[in-house]
Ligand binder design. Sequence first.
Ligand code: ADE
Length: 255
Amino acid sequence: MSPKSAAPLGIVAAVEEEITELIGELHRGPMKVVSIGQRNYYVGSLWQQPCVVTLARIGKVAAATTATALIHEFGVRAILFTGVAGGLSNNLGIGDIVIAASLMQHDMDASPLFPRHQIPMLDRHSFSPCPLLTETLTQASRNFIENHPALPRLPSGQSPQIHSGLIVSGDQFISDKLTRTALHTAIPNALAVEMEGGAIAQVCYEYSTPFAVMRTISDTADEGAVGAFSDFLKKVASVYSYGVVRHFLQLQQGG
Ligand code: ADE
């Protein structure tokens, strides 16, 4: 087993658009593609750091499978998840970045055996990412926003804000006000909703693997969500993912 410092960083996104540019960057140096469980794992180096980049696809099972393979098959030192989310807090605008301070699975409900949202047998409702990776990810997001010469125009016309807080995950694309309100009422401190982070968090917790999650708000989880999500993915998501990951790796490299 190689020393932990030489172990690669696992970089995961759910949707192809978000990793295309990173895989292009990997191709600039020596790299290989390993296929396991119908997924391709791109093993190489990004900004002088060993990395394994992969597409988890959508949902908690897909994310958990991918995280487990990264830990077992590639011995990653940590997992970084980047992608988009629906905004639940009214303080969030499309294009804002949310860095997870904690993650929950909003559709976990084994009541009355266990309290709603509690992960059975783990005795907890939420998971916390690695503070150091999270701090670096926050700084990387700031560097990206400040230094990106031409960020795609956001519907608000404002420059993106960075938020830190609770991200909730479930196997459901939230696209109507009624469901959004019910979700926000059940978990009032949730900032954003997506479909993978809480599963990655649980796997990393169980395997003592550090992780961090960054999400860009693509929609506001209401009737306009499908259109806003598709538009954002096509035009903006990859710019954010690539830019923030690049700054993150450069910060980790000491530059
Ligand atoms: N990811 C991006 N937008 C989302 C939404 N509205 N619901 C669930 N996951 C999402």
